[in-house]
Design a protein around this ligand. Structure first.
Ligand SMILES: O=C(CO)COP(=O)(O)O
Length: 134
């Protein structure tokens, strides 16, 4: 499965903690991330991560394009609900596309934990069928 990892600045520490805790599951999948988030994951966990542009420079849109092309299986996006983002329309667009294409999306750590446990149990294997169909 291809999994996108994204975190706004004040949520990056939480995402690193999450990725470290679930490294054994995440290491079995193709990981990609917005630029700054991805660099921190690489530096702090050594997991291989494909880097898109930084979020404010178009990274959310690049991930959204992959969702629209059926090339993304899960999005874990630790949003900061308390800080205005200059690229808020891009954030909204990515979340909208996940809903349009029924892509599992977690916007906080509680949901992300459930998603990864579900992934491990095979609850998201229907995505493999989707990929074959497209
Ligand atoms: O802003 C972001 C998502 O909207 C995250 O981007 P960075 O990972 O480049 O900080």
């Amino acid at each position: 499965m291809r999994i996108a990892l994204i975190a706004h600045d004040r949520k990056k520490d939480d995402l690193i903690q999450f990725v470290t805790a679930y490294m054994s599951i995440l290491s079995e999948h193709d990981l990609c991330a917005t630029g700054t988030t991805g660099k921190r994951i690489i530096d702090e966990t050594s997991l291989p991560v494909f880097l898109f542009q930084s979020g404010p420079l178009g990274g959310d849109q690049q991930i959204g394009a992959m969702v629209a092309k059926n090339e993304m299986d899960m999005v874990i996006f630790f949003r900061d609900p308390l800080t205005a983002q200059p690229h808020e329309p891009d954030v909204t667009a990515l979340i909208r596309l996940c809903d349009v294409y029924q892509i599992p999306l977690a916007t906080n750590m509680g949901t992300a934990e459930v998603l990864l446990k579900g992934l491990q149990e095979g609850f998201i294997n229907w995505r493999l069928l989707e990929e074959r169909r497209s």
